[in-house]
Write a protein that binds this ligand. Structure first.
Ligand code: ZN
Ligand code: ZN
Length: 132
C-alpha cells in the first residue's frame, strides 16, 4: 500500500488516498466530457474510506441520480466521481494526482459518446457503454 497525493489546479484542495488503484480507465461519456470540459477523463478507483482531504474542501454535486462529482469551487478542477452502484469506492481524476503516470490504465469505456476525431491508440479493451 502506498500513499497517493493530489491537488486541484489552484492548490487550495490537497488530498490523499491509499494506492495502488483498484482499477483505472478512460471514460468518454458525455457527463464526464461536460464536467471536465475535455473529450475524455482518465479515472482511477480507490477505497472511499482511504480518501482524505488534507487542505481546502471539495464541493460535492449530484450530477445525475446516484452520481456525485467533486470539484474545486475556486478553480473548477474536476476531482472525483462516486456512483451509488459502487458503494465504498471513489474515482479520482488521474490528472489531478501528483503522479498521474502512476495508475495502470485498463480500459476505454462509454466510447459510444466519443468524438470521432478522438482516436484510441492502444490495445486496451474498448466498451461502447460501461463494463459488464
Ligand atoms: Zn482549486
Ligand atoms: Zn464518464
Amino acid at each position: 500500500m502506498s500513499r497517493i497525493f493530489g491537488r486541484c489546479f489552484c492548490k487550495s484542495i490537497r488530498f490523499e488516498v491509499d494506492g495502488p488503484e483498484k482499477f483505472a480507465c478512460f471514460c468518454y461519456c458525455q457527463s464526464c466530457q461536460r464536467a471536465a470540459g475535455a473529450p475524455v477523463v482518465a479515472w482511477a478507483t480507490y477505497r472511499k474510506a482511504s480518501f482524505h482531504v488534507i487542505a481546502g474542501s471539495v464541493c460535492w454535486r449530484e450530477s445525475s441520480p446516484g452520481v456525485t462529482r467533486g470539484h474545486c469551487a475556486a478553480c473548477g478542477t474536476s476531482i472525483s466521481y462516486e456512483n451509488q452502484a459502487r458503494p465504498g469506492e471513489i474515482d479520482i481524476a488521474v490528472s489531478v494526482l501528483d503522479d498521474p503516470d502512476g495508475p495502470e490504465m485498463r480500459a476505454h469505456i462509454w466510447t459510444e459518446d466519443k468524438s470521432p476525431w478522438m482516436k484510441i491508440g492502444d490495445k486496451l479493451p474498448v466498451y461502447k457503454k460501461n463494463i459488464g
